[in-house]
Design a protein around this ligand. Structure first.
Ligand SMILES: Nc1ncnc2c1ncn2[C@@H]1O[C@H](COP(=O)(O)OP(=O)(O)OP(=O)(O)O)[C@@H](O)[C@H]1O
Length: 227
């Protein structure tokens, strides 16, 4: 039986008083790879922010991993985020420390204590993104694509039930975008569930998957035609 990791029913997404998306219905199951597309300003980031608790869900129903978005309390947000892996367009690595220290920082902040176990987990996630030998480097010593791989590794640290990637290739050239996408495809094949916001249509064509579109304050599924 498929396990639902995200479900929205008649959910409306607001930025302050203004309605961004209305009556959103969607279900994401374990193992899915789902795209969220739409023009600039159509609401993709607002949608993602609602899912990780940065914007409150005030209308409709929303369940993500084991949390109810309607009743989510401020103090529960860190626990929700531990079950999610979040990847941003601009990587958001800490620039003052090495990759190993970036990853150790997250593990410590999420309750890990055993040094050997932390080291082992860091090696495992760096290996998953093909960056096993780069742990000693500082972020500025890596290319954009490599930094994004590290950001994906960081998202994987606590074995998230769902990865939310908001324009993960937005700062990358087309070839590097494909390399990062291959990493996301690999981790999806290994069982990770991914919801990815993008406006990169070339990626959609190359890696077809279930696609939701934000347009005109609505979210609907689009069916890709095979040409
Ligand atoms: N912090 C904010 N406060 C008020 N309105 C906002 C805020 N952020 C976004 N908006 C508005 O919400 C709407 C949706 O923006 P959003 O950033 O979600 O779109 P997007 O599809 O992610 O666009 P992009 O691809 O440019 O990131 C826009 O009309 C935008 O002006």
């Amino acid at each position: 039986m498929s396990q639902t990791v995200l479900e929205l029913k008649d959910a409306s997404i607001f930025q302050g008083e203004s309605l961004v998306l209305s009556n959103v219905n969607l279900q994401v199951n374990k193992g899915d790879f789902v795209y969220l597309i739409g023009k600039t300003g159509s609401g993709k980031s607002s949608f993602m922010k609602t899912l990780y608790g940065d914007l409150k869900l005030t209308q409709g129903e929303g369940h993500i991993v084991d949390f109810n978005l309607r009743t989510l309390k401020e103090k529960e947000i860190p626990f929700l985020r531990r079950k999610l892996g979040i990847v941003f367009q601009d990587f958001k690595l800490l620039t003052d420390r090495t990759i190993n220290d970036n990853l150790t920082f997250v593990l410590k902040a999420t309750g890990w204590k055993d040094k050997d176990k932390m080291k082992e987990r860091i090696e495992t996630v760096l290996d998953k993104v093909g960056m096993k030998t780069k742990g000693f480097k500082f972020p500025h010593e890596l290319s954009g694509g490599e930094q994004q791989r590290i950001a994906i590794a960081r998202a994987l640290l606590n074995e998230p039930e769902l990865i939310l990637a908001d324009e993960p290739t937005g700062n990358l050239d087309p070839q590097t975008s494909i390399e990062v996408m291959e990493v996301l495809q690999d981790i999806n094949k290994n069982g990770n569930t991914i919801l990815m916001a993008t406006h990169d249509y070339a990626l959609l064509l190359k890696y077809p998957s279930k696609t939701l579109k934000c347009d005109d304050n609505k979210v609907f599924e689009v069916v890709q035609r095979k040409s």
